[in-house]
Design a protein around this ligand. Sequence first.
Ligand SMILES: [Fe+2]
Ligand SMILES: [Fe+2]
Length: 220
Amino acid sequence: MGRHTRHAAAIAAALAVVGAAAWLGLSSGEEPAAQVGSGGTVAAAAKNRVTQPLRDEHKELIPHIDGLAAAGDAVGVASSTEQQEKVHASYVFLTEHLIPHAVAEDKVLYAKVDELVGVNGQTHATDTMRRDHEEVGTLTDALGKLGGTLEKGELAAADQHELRRVLYSLNGIVGLHFAKEEEVYLPLLDRTLSAEQAQAMFEQMEEVTAKEAGGQGHAH
Ligand SMILES: [Fe+2]
Ligand SMILES: [Fe+2]
């Protein structure tokens, strides 16, 4: 085993331990771990979280995030109808659900987090998250173009590669992004906001989401 292989194996082993610890609820933070305890404990923990509505909204979006990877798997493999349907469904999910949700976060949720964590000159605590949203927008545009080509006929091998890369990237980026929101920012809001403040924030987010979703058409 080479030096780098050994190093990589050690990192993988450490990550596996961290993953197992997180799964077992052995987190060192003070946040309630939703996965642990009896049903009663989970329900009580969920009830105390003022950000539960956003967590529920995320949960509804998870199957669609998995669908991005499934669409990637279908490219060049499934029938052309199935490929087109899966790519189209991914595009509709991104433009009509996920991106409006992201705009509402930029305008309302992240603004609230910035208010609590602070801003240093031009740097906001949530800049890295906003950058994730931008990347999702760029990849969605690429998906729209490739989806359009797919609907016109067979994709060239290079385009198939590109389409798979785009779909798998979206799957990875959005999945990790959701985890960061839920594990880092939402606990901060749970600790800080009253139920009324959280309610007001979600109402504002809903308004923005509805406006954004209403204004979205899609290109193919
Ligand atoms: Fe987000
Ligand atoms: Fe989100």
